[in-house]
Design a protein around this ligand. Sequence first.
Ligand SMILES: [Zn+2]
Ligand SMILES: [Zn+2]
Length: 297
Amino acid sequence: MGLKGSKMAPATSLGKTKWFQTSKKEDNSRFIWIYGNPTIKSGCYEFHPDLQDHIEEAFLAKKKTCKVSVFGTVWTLDLKNMKESKESAPPNSKKLKCIGVAGAKYAKTSGFQQSDDICAVCYDPSTIPTRIEICGHIFCFLCLKTNYILGNGCPTCRGGIPNSMFDKPIRADIDFDIECPSEYAVDCVKMLGPEPRKSERGSSEKYYWIYESNRSGWFRYDPKTEYFIEKNFKRKNKSCEVFICGHKMTINFKKGTQEIQGRIIKRKIKRIAASDIYKQHDLRGIAGIRTLNFPIS
Ligand SMILES: [Zn+2]
Ligand SMILES: [Zn+2]
């Protein structure tokens, strides 16, 4: 990575992590903020790209602390303590071991970028493209997860799907504002009939549908499910039914809940203006994947 240690200090307010620091990329002399302990085996991570400028600006403005939301958890970065201990010996740059971005390992992130590849399960361009590392086949995250839950292997080659892929997944390569594929949108509108006349004022505002996670915090629905929910909402339907990972769920607009049919479990859901997502500090990501990091103050 060519990272060069420059400033380092204990950051007690960082929760589980022991250290954070800035490092310099030798090629373009840009500072990169990282966290974790770079000198121990577990290594450290770059802060999410969406936080880098915010932390650097707070540091340059000599702020004592700055706040960021990391996958729905508020972290207070103690910039003052870091500055005070600037005189302590910086870590040996050769020992700096940066292993990923925002908790996602470099190796697991590369090649995951959004692509126009058609998913062999739903035949739409992959939504949240997800690659099985062993065989390299790529599908929509939820198409693959559904397959996994059903106990099946890779839909293309029938190879294994590692359990770790769906165990509290973290991804640093997904934009929060990814859109529903237009192919699906067209089918969806055909299925639901013509859209009502635009009556809402300022209807150009973009909205997200989010649900409360059973581990606390909120996630945006995957863009296809969200599109279907929004189209039903716009048609003033009282409820609609969606399939998520093989479960039939009822979205109840009046109660603001998502219910699995035949079970008592309910989740809170809500519609949130795109411009308001940064007020929802416990918003973690999309479709159960922790993806979202943003500055708070
Ligand atoms: Zn798919
Ligand atoms: Zn495969």
